[in-house]
Design a protein around this ligand. Structure first.
Ligand code: SF4
Ligand code: SF4
Length: 510
């Protein structure tokens, strides 16, 4: 057993309000630079939707992540030999059209327009050419409802949905959607790192943050293609690749990452997870339906004396072990089993976790005539207290289909998602009954037991979900100078350069 510590983030999707404050916080801090205009290290997607860059989950085209075949893992992008052959030709790269042409507005038009009948407007200006342009797409173009009929249909996670369910979803997708905030997953088995011919990408041993060493980056851009989440970006001005750095200069000074700290919905949690690095290869090499369980089996119990001894032997100090014991991530991911990695089938062992969203409170269906055909449709007029019970019994009719969530977070395995939704519903039922009836009804307690929760667990889940303090949401470990080689650098001194650990100006190809 080789114990390592990982600083991870958890997104409670039930709470995300899609305000994009996180994206703006990250942009203002790290990517408001030349060549980085189109980069959104943190972005928030509306789902069903096609994401950013458009269609990034289509690995037939973008060839990201790992393929598991005949007992071994290979990069989807290419084999080692093919990599040499294709060094100067990488057909799997997204183009600017897949991202978008970054634009700003000529605000001066608002002040200098001649007097006229109409209100003056600021004309969009391309940040690539500096010329006026008509924006046709953007990083969250299908936000909420704008453009959804077009974008939602192209969501690859809708594949494998029963055609009837899909038709229903498309019919009502005007009223059902979820938000999906995304940052780099700082994976345990990063394909970006494996694909880099220059060895420029590394995963820090002390906290698991995946970084690009800009001194070594030679602009091959294999990382951009090989990252299945499309979270490595190429800076055309500096000739270097860049990505989310998990705000490590903030972590090292005891602050939560900017996107997490600024989150309006307070959906984000940060904490330490201890894991067994020796078992990474075997965890990534199991059939799709077992991937979630095998990844979670890597996460170790921070209270187990054997784990503690092994952690200390690896140089993990008491402060970090204590942080792992108090970690909200450990509770959500391992104790309550409420959180899942994104697209485990990419086999990169993503270390950011998601609590999947519940369907809206009023979700229930009835048979009705629509377009001459009998269809199951939403009904919103049941007595309020019955709605959640009905949903609990009939999750297969939830407005966000379980299969869809399973395709996002469980390699299509619905059996992984159902118990999570049941637990969340059971807590919702319990708390609602308490506030409506003054105490939980027998029916609510039965549902709780059926979901596999005790009253104490339900209370703890409720508390950490709805009422956590800042200190409970972000349990950050104490960094030590001797653990973190770059801790002494001033984050702001490097702003405007190409990342950290790198103070001199970047030169193309250097
Ligand atoms: S952790 Fe920091 S660098 Fe990464 S997406 Fe959030 S704000 Fe950006
Ligand atoms: S700031 Fe928080 S609530 Fe707002 S979009 Fe980002 S993750 Fe969601």
């Amino acid at each position: 057993m080789k114990v390592r510590a990982h600083v991870s983030m958890l997104f409670h999707l039930d709470k995300c309000i899609g305000c994009h404050t996180c994206s703006i916080a990250c942009k203002n801090l790290w990517t408001d630079r030349k060549g980085a205009e189109y980069m959104w290290w943190n972005n928030v997607e509306t789902r069903p939707g096609s994401g950013y860059p458009t269609g990034w989950e289509d690995q037939e085209r973008f060839r990201g992540g790992w393929a598991y075949k005949d007992g071994h893992l290979d990069l989807r992008l290419h084999s080692r030999a093919q990599g040499l052959f294709r060094l100067f030709f990488n057909p799997a790269l997204p183009s600017l059209d897949d991202y978008y042409e970054p634009f700003t507005f000529r605000y001066s038009d608002l002040f200098t327009a001649p007097e006229g009948e109409d209100q003056p407007t600021a004309i969009p200006i391309s940040m690539v050419t500096g010329e006026p342009m008509t924006p046709e797409t953007g990083p969250n173009w299908d936000d909420d409802l704008g453009g959804s009929p077009l974008y939602a249909k192209n969501d690859p996670n809708l594949k494998a949905l029963d055609p009837e369910v899909r038709a229903q979803l498309e019919e009502i997708e005007g009223v059902v959607f979820q938000y999906l905030p995304r940052i780099c997953n700082h994976c345990l088995n990063p394909s970006c790192l494996a694909a880099c011919p220059s060895g420029a990408i590394y995963k820090r041993a002390e906290d698991g943050v995946v970084l690009v060493n800009e001194n070594k980056c030679k602009a091959w851009r294999m990382c951009v293609a090989a990252c299945p989440y499309k979270k490595v970006y190429y800076n055309w001005a500096t000739g270097k690749s860049e990505k989310c750095i998990l705000c490590f200069p903030r972590l090292e000074t005891g602050q939560a990452p900017a996107c997490a700290h600024s989150c309006v919905g307070r959906i984000r949690y940060m904490g330490v997870l201890l894991y067994d690095a020796d078992r990474i290869p075997e965890a990534a090499m199991v059939p799709d339906e077992e991937l979630v369980a095998s990844q979670l089996s890597l996460i170790l119990d921070p209270f187990d004396p054997e784990v503690i001894a092994a952690a200390k032997a690896e140089g993990i100090d008491d402060g970090w072990i204590q942080a792992a014991q108090n970690s909200p991530l450990y509770k959500f991911v391992k104790v309550w089993r409420l959180a899942l990695p994104h697209h485990p089938e990419y086999r990169t062992l993503a270390m950011m976790f998601y609590v999947p969203p519940l369907s809206p409170v009023v979700a229930t269906v009835e048979k009705a005539l629509r377009g001459g055909q009998e269809r199951e449709l939403l009904r919103l007029d049941l007595p309020e207290t019955d709605l959640d019970f009905e949903l609990y019994e009939g999750l297969e009719k939830a407005r966000l289909p379980v299969k869809y969530l399973a395709n996002l977070f469980a390699a299509g395995n619905e059996a992984v998602v159902v118990p999570i939704l049941k637990k969340m519903l059971a807590v919702r039922i319990l708390k609602r009954q308490e506030s409506l009836e003054g105490q939980p009804t027998e029916k609510a307690l039965k549902v709780l037991a059926d979901a596999g929760l005790t009253l104490e667990e339900a209370e703890a889940i409720y508390r950490l979900t709805t009422l956590p303090t800042l200190e409970e949401r972000f349990v950050l470990p104490p960094y030590h100078r001797e653990m973190a080689a770059e801790v002494w650098k001033d984050p702001l001194a490097a702003k405007g350069e190409a990342g950290f650990g790198y103070i001199q100006p970047p030169l193309r190809g250097e």
